[in-house]
Design a protein around this ligand. Structure first.
Ligand SMILES: [Cu+2]
Length: 141
């Protein structure tokens, strides 16, 4: 581990959440610990682009596609939120908006697609091979 200018320990890790990317994590330690000791983060913020000292605002959400369902099927988020869909099924699925705002194309097992919602509104989407699979994203100001 390394320390940043503020004395925070900085480490890289692969999120236990099923995000497909690595996140940088800043932990402020309230006690002195041996840097080789194992640290368990019970509560924390994470962000891909956070600067040191910046207040972290989590704007990432995950929708899992499994057993022919979008889960959660409805999400309410703030504008600027990036949503990642990941396919957990063995058959390909898509996340395709009705108005062509986003289209993941076919996602195989384990593949993911991300889209950042910068405009408030209601986005309805479905899966092209299985059009009865539907979901909704509501983006608030
Ligand atoms: Cu599908």
């Amino acid at each position: 581990m390394e320390k940043d200018e503020q004395g925070n320990w900085v480490l890289g890790f692969q999120s236990t959440q099923p995000f497909p990317e690595y996140y940088r994590v800043v932990i402020t330690l309230e006690t002195v610990v041996d840097p080789t000791s194992e640290i368990h983060v019970i509560e924390g913020d994470f962000s891909q682009n956070a600067e040191f000292g910046e207040e972290l605002d989590i704007k990432e959400e995950l929708v899992e596609i499994k057993q022919f369902l979008f889960s959660p099927s409805k999400l309410v988020v703030k504008k600027g939120t990036t949503i990642t869909w990941i396919n957990r099924d063995r058959v390909p699925h898509t996340a395709t908006s009705h108005d062509d705002v986003f289209n993941s194309r076919n996602l195989s097992l384990g593949e993911s697609f991300s889209y950042t919602f910068n405009d408030p509104g209601e986005y309805n989407y479905f899966c092209i091979p299985h059009p009865w699979m539907i979901g909704q994203i509501i983006v608030e100001e």
